[in-house]
Write a new protein. Structure first.
Ligand SMILES: Cc1cc2nc3c(=O)[nH]c(=O)nc-3n(C[C@H](O)[C@H](O)[C@H](O)COP(=O)(O)OP(=O)(O)OC[C@H]3O[C@@H](n4cnc5c(N)ncnc54)[C@H](O)[C@@H]3O)c2cc1C
Ligand SMILES: Cc1cc2nc3c(=O)[nH]c(=O)nc-3n(C[C@H](O)[C@H](O)[C@H](O)COP(=O)(O)O)c2cc1C
Ligand code: FES
Lengths: 334, 330
């Protein structure tokens, strides 16, 4: 659970946002989308919680069977990625770590998103579901993992809202992102799904024209996923907030997953509440990842408790993923 | 007690031969008819490792001297509003507010697990009235898996007059003897630093029958969010812990050790073996690690190893030789 993990890559992918890969084979095999790790930052009292952003498990299980997986050097296997925004002293310290440095990681922690199995109980067997992923800003972090995890069984639309184009998640091939000398911020931002995939293809070709890319070198988003950027200044995608376009997708979506600021959740609550199709409330189907200040991260210190309709819950253990309508939002003060 | 001789370094062969005979045992309740023997002096402080069960998945907590569980009250408590935690310079403010599962759930869900552990579990008991403390303590009587009671007369996070127990020697003594009367378990009283004269309280509860004393609980404090112009913690005030309070705690142990006749457990800002040894040399027989568990779940075990290494290096075979040496040398 707790281990010293070697950093294999640490790149600024948009202003103030870093993508870091670390060797963590045990976490890579076991992690579920929505789960998080905590990282000890310098001498700070509290470890910093960060969502698991991507995993790159070992492609072939080790022959030892029971033994913990071993990774071969340089393949990128047995690694996990975190995507974090530099907001304070802990994340600043983390952003300054170099390739080869070791960081103290505890994880994977918490209860992640629950994903429909892909087998509908009702009429059609093996029916895939429409999953709507809603990311506000750095809230994209756990949703990329979720998209990767669920894309083979479900149709996925991922809306990413940010202030401006530079903050939209770049759909670059991982190879490019993993290179330590990558410094220019990504500029080719597609405004709609198709374009975005074209851009992805183009970039993928540019990065490694002919080689058969192994899994870890693929773009972070599988092709089938519809990626919709939206920016407050209109510099890419539509202009506005995620909640402005959310209503267009409510009928399409069977299940909504969201990660972003509390204000976004409160706005979503309004929207989903007043959705036309109230007979089957969308509220029941919206899972959100909640942030509060964590102490232990493992359910021991009661530092993270929130009140829900189902009683007191620990964000670190019962969450961080909760049903949107279970949370007593009027009590949430973060 | 020992003198300067302990600082003489033994030769390498001596160190080797001593490895196996290091005696880290601590008798925490010499006045108690059953006693309370810990395999080593490193304990987990109340509130930072929950009921121990959560940590046991990450750390081999059976190696610790003892575990003090989260403060327990008669009825479950829901605690204070968020935010409950706030980092400060070398410290942590918390206003958890004694959220806990209540004594009934503790007996049903946790005690049976503890009964299979070799590490002694001490239950931290809190309350708003003497009757509540008595009720909780009586329910712990005869329950397998529970080795002692730590009376929390000092939690700064509940808005009742329970703080008074910790600040008023007469009330503290009354509470101690009242609980003593209903339990056959050893009683440790955990003192508050938020008092004028901690020695007076220590002596009062010692007189009233306390078997040992833990010092200290958190120091009352607060932080203000200047952007919002309001207190950072949902409860406005909280308790400060971590390295920031270590000198305060150390001083209090040092002072109380001069007058007390029962074992002291040092607690407050202990984050490494050096910290722990300072407390032991000030007069503590054992130490508790709190906030450092949050920073690094393995810190208690690292501290234990560090204490053992120190003893080996200095050629000390019995931990008791170190207790209070700084008193003699000052
Ligand atoms: C389960 C969980 C998953 C998270 N996943 C991610 C992620 O994938 N990427 C990412 O960038 N961030 C994530 N966060 C938030 C991240 O933990 C904080 O941004 C980080 O701890 C700030 O540390 P700092 O030392 O840089 O900031 P500090 O100097 O401690 O604080 C700077 C600012 O950040 C705020 N802050 C500090 N800690 C938290 C916290 N735990 N939650 C919310 N706000 C906080 C403070 O209120 C302050 O305004 C997650 C939080 C949780 C609880
Ligand atoms: C999150 C948290 C919860 C705590 N809960 C309790 C408690 O329930 N009962 C108690 O007696 N002390 C409680 N304490 C105080 C600690 O046991 C300890 O006395 C204090 O934190 C000082 O030690 P430290 O600096 O090593 O943390 C708590 C401390 C923290 C940080
Ligand atoms: S952070 Fe300690 S219980 Fe959740």
């Amino acid at each position: 659970m707790q281990s010293l993990c070697t950093i294999t890559s640490n790149v600024e992918i948009s202003p103030g946002v870093r993508l870091m890969w670390v060797e963590a084979p045990d976490i890579a095999v076991a992690a579920q989308p929505g789960q998080f790790i905590t990282v000890r930052c310098e001498d700070f009292m509290l470890r910093r919680p960060l969502s698991i952003h991507q995993v790159s498990p070992l492609s072939s299980p080790s022959t030892g069977g029971e033994a913990s997986p071993e990774r071969s050097e340089g393949t990128g296997e047995g690694e996990i990625a975190i995507l974090f925004q530099v907001v304070g002293k802990g994340t600043l310290w983390l952003s300054q770590r170099q390739i080869g440095d070791k960081i103290d990681v505890l994880g994977s922690l918490g209860k992640g998103f629950s994903i429909p199995s892909g087998i509908a109980r009702r009429k059609v067997p093996r029916q895939s579901k429409n999953l709507l992923l809603v990311a506000g800003g750095i809230g994209i972090a756990p949703l990329i993992f979720l998209a990767q995890f669920a894309s083979s069984q479900h149709s996925i639309t991922l809306i990413h809202g940010a202030r401006t184009a530079a903050q939209i998640y770049p759909l670059l091939p991982l190879r490019a992102l993993r290179s330590p000398c990558h410094s220019e911020p990504f500029t080719v931002i597609a405004s709609e799904a198709k374009q975005s995939h074209l851009a992805q293809d183009k970039l993928r070709e540019e990065s490694h024209p002919s080689e058969q890319a192994p899994r870890s070198n693929l773009s972070p988003l599988p092709q089938e996923i519809r990626f919709i950027p939206i920016t407050e200044d209109g510099s890419t995608g539509r202009k506005g907030m995620v909640t402005d376009i959310l209503p267009d997708f409510l009928d399409w979506a069977d299940q909504i997953y969201a990660c972003g600021p509390v204000d976004m959740y409160k706005a979503m609550l309004e929207l989903t509440c007043h959705s036309e199709r109230s007979e089957e409330s969308k509220l029941k189907k919206c899972q959100v990842s909640l942030e509060v200040r964590l102490g232990c991260g493992i359910g021991a210190c009661y530092g993270c408790t929130i009140n829900t309709k189902g009683g007191l819950k620990k964000v670190c253990q019962d969450g961080p993923v909760f049903e949107l309508d279970d949370i007593l939002w009027e009590e949430v003060r973060v | 007690m020992v003198n300067h001789a302990i600082l003489k370094l033994p030769c390498y062969n001596e160190v080797l031969s001593m490895k196996n005979i290091l005696d880290l045992h601590v008798q925490l309740a010499p006045r108690h008819y059953k006693g309370l023997i810990l395999a080593n002096p490193v304990m987990a402080a109340a509130g930072t490792v929950g009921y121990g069960v959560e940590y046991s998945k990450i750390v081999d907590i059976q190696k610790l001297g003892a575990i003090v569980c989260k403060g327990i009250t008669l009825m479950p408590r829901s605690g204070n509003p968020q935010p409950r935690l706030m980092e400060t310079a070398s410290g942590l403010l918390n206003s958890v507010g004694l959220e806990n599962i209540g004594i009934a759930a503790l007996l049903e869900d946790k005690a049976p697990i503890w009964a299979n552990w070799q590490v002694p579990v001490i239950v931290n008991v809190a309350g708003e009235t003497i009757d509540e403390y008595i009720a909780v303590a009586s329910k712990l009587e005869g329950i397998p898996g529970i080795s002692g009671i730590e009376l929390n007369i000092s939690c700064p996070n509940i808005s009742t007059n329970s703080m008074e127990f910790g600040a008023n020697p007469r009330l503290a003594a009354k509470l101690t003897s009242a609980v003593k009367a209903v339990t056959s378990l050893p009683i440790i009283v955990k003192l508050s630093p938020n008092v004028t004269d901690i020695k007076e309280i220590a002596l009062a509860v010692e007189e009233a029958g306390a078997d040992a004393l833990t010092l200290i609980n958190t120091v009352k404090g607060m932080a203000i969010d200047i952007a919002k112009g309001k207190p950072c913690l949902g409860n406005t005030t909280g308790g400060l812990s971590g390295p920031a309070i270590k000198p305060i705690a150390l001083y209090m142990v040092y002072e109380v050790a001069k007058v007390a006749h029962i074992p002291l457990i040092g607690c407050g800002g202990i984050a490494c073996a050096t910290d722990a040894l300072e407390f032991i040399m000030a007069g503590a027989s054992a130490i508790q690690v709190g906030t450092a568990n949050l920073t690094n779940p393995h810190s208690s075990l690292v501290i234990l190893e560090g204490i053992a290494d120190f003893m080996k290096n200095k050629g000390i075979t019995n931990l008791t030789e170190l207790v209070g040496v700084a008193q003699d040398n000052s």
